[in-house]
Design a protein around this ligand. Structure first.
Ligand code: ZN
Ligand code: ZN
Ligand code: ZN
Length: 79
């Protein structure tokens, strides 16, 4: 086994379940907040009707729902 430099394991969000290394992390934009938003970039989430080609929010800052990365309003919210 070789140690990988990236994140290992799978997303804890049951609506996602993609590998953690397919995600990006963004620090919440709110002043002094260090909470990390977790964004899935596989662009393959089943929305029930179709497969979404948008990024998905797997984890967000609950204290600052508006503190996400650029364009997060357009993302699929799984959080
Ligand atoms: Zn995820
Ligand atoms: Zn995902
Ligand atoms: Zn925050």
């Amino acid at each position: 086994m070789t140690a990988s430099s990236g994140a290992s394991g799978f997303c804890a969000n049951s609506s996602c379940s993609h590998a953690n290394n397919e995600h990006n992390y963004f620090t919440c934009k709110a002043h002094k907040c260090r909470v990390k938003w977790k964004i899935c970039q596989t662009m393959s989430h089943d929305t029930g009707l179709t497969t979404s080609t948008k990024y998905a929010i797997c984890k967000k800052c609950t204290a600052h729902p508006g503190g996400g990365p650029d364009g997060f309003e357009e993302m699929l919210d799984l959080a």
